[in-house]
Design a protein around this ligand. Structure first.
Ligand SMILES: NC(=O)c1ccc[n+]([C@@H]2O[C@H](COP(=O)([O-])OP(=O)(O)OC[C@H]3O[C@@H](n4cnc5c(N)ncnc54)[C@H](OP(=O)(O)O)[C@@H]3O)[C@@H](O)[C@H]2O)c1
Length: 286
């Protein structure tokens, strides 16, 4: 039985992917910040799929201490990991910071997943093959490239641009991860899930124009179950090595914007290691 760990799985695309993978007989670990919502999601999946190998792990991806705690628990409770789906994500109208003073969108969508992947890498390497899937977005087209001189957007904060940067980071990270680890049989890929009716931008994350424009188009959006098929497609694909860190949409590779290049990917990798004070070649848990 293959094990899949999905972040942002108590809602939206992550929840539907978890449900469909449980139906197919995978062991699935769901995660997110909200414990109650997470336990309800697990119960919902267990009762509808009759799969008892469905678990919850609370993580706040914006806080490194929370990631470290959750990973410790993961290593205690689970013996194997085949696929990590870095799916959690948010967009915030107002600039907020985590306890380290890092802007919250970048801390959650990119740095949190970078650290989580680093800490779970020994587990991913343990099996014959490992796969890391990053849920990115075509919103990466809203920016020209990563703002290396103001990574946390202290100046001219714009919710869609910061979100776009975090999604470009998800893509660059997948590309560089695959390049660095394919020789050790850990592969990676990113994808755009479509424009989907989920809890995204709700619950106080956005207000005014960003909130109401999303609510207005909601009836015309793709449903989360349809969108999540992309995740099951990638996981059940016969050749993970063929993904080569590419960006997928509608079940095939899609050309990203120009800023998706190896130079930018290496620069982002090095900055992320520096900000988190880690080295992927250095000491790891496991
Ligand atoms: N919906 C779209 O149209 C669309 C389009 C392109 C890409 N995407 C991407 O798809 C992914 C899933 O989003 P969705 O549309 O399914 O939205 P959603 O329903 O709002 O789900 C987001 C998930 O992320 C979790 N999350 C948020 N902040 C977190 C944090 N700090 N730590 C841990 N988990 C956190 C949430 O759980 P908690 O609240 O419990 O933490 C929730 O499970 C995101 O990466 C998003 O950027 C969505």
């Amino acid at each position: 039985m293959k094990t899949v760990f999905i972040t942002g799985a108590n809602s939206g695309i992550g929840f539907e992917a978890a449900k469909s993978l449980a139906e197919k007989g995978f062991q699935v670990i769901l995660s997110g910040r909200k414990l109650q919502k997470g336990l309800e999601a697990v119960e919902n999946i267990k009762s509808s799929t009759k799969n008892s190998e469905v678990y919850w792990l609370t993580i706040d991806l914006s806080e490194p201490y929370s990631i470290k705690e959750a990973v410790q628990k993961f290593y205690t409770e689970f013996s194997s990991l085949d696929v990590l789906v870095n799916n959690a994500g948010l967009m915030l109208d107002h600039r907020t910071e985590n306890s380290l003073g890092q802007e919250m969108t970048m801390a959650t969508n990119h740095l949190g997943h970078f650290l989580l992947t680093y800490q779970l890498m020994p587990m991913l390497k343990r099996n014959t093959q490992g796969l890391v899937i990053n849920t990115a977005s075509d919103a990466h087209r809203r920016i020209k490239g990563i703002r290396f001189d103001d990574f946390f957007w202290s100046n001219n904060y714009n919710a869609w641009k910061v979100y776009g940067q975090s999604k470009l980071a998800n893509m660059l990270f997948a590309h560089e991860l695959d390049r660095r680890f394919r020789s050790q049989s850990v592969f990676s890929v990113s994808f755009h899930p479509g424009v989907v009716a989920t809890e995204f931008s709700r619950g106080g994350d956005t207000e005014g124009f960003n909130k109401w424009s999303m609510e207005l188009i909601r009836p015309f959006l793709m449903n989360a179950s349809e969108s999540s098929k992309m995740i099951t497609y990638l996981i059940t694909h016969e050749s993970w090595s063929s993904f080569k860190g590419m960006y997928f949409q509608n079940y095939k590779p899609k050309k990203p914007r120009k800023s998706f290049n190896i130079k930018e990917a290496i620069k982002l990798w090095q900055l992320s290691e520096k900000l988190l004070d880690i080295s992927f070649r250095g000491e790891q848990m496991g």
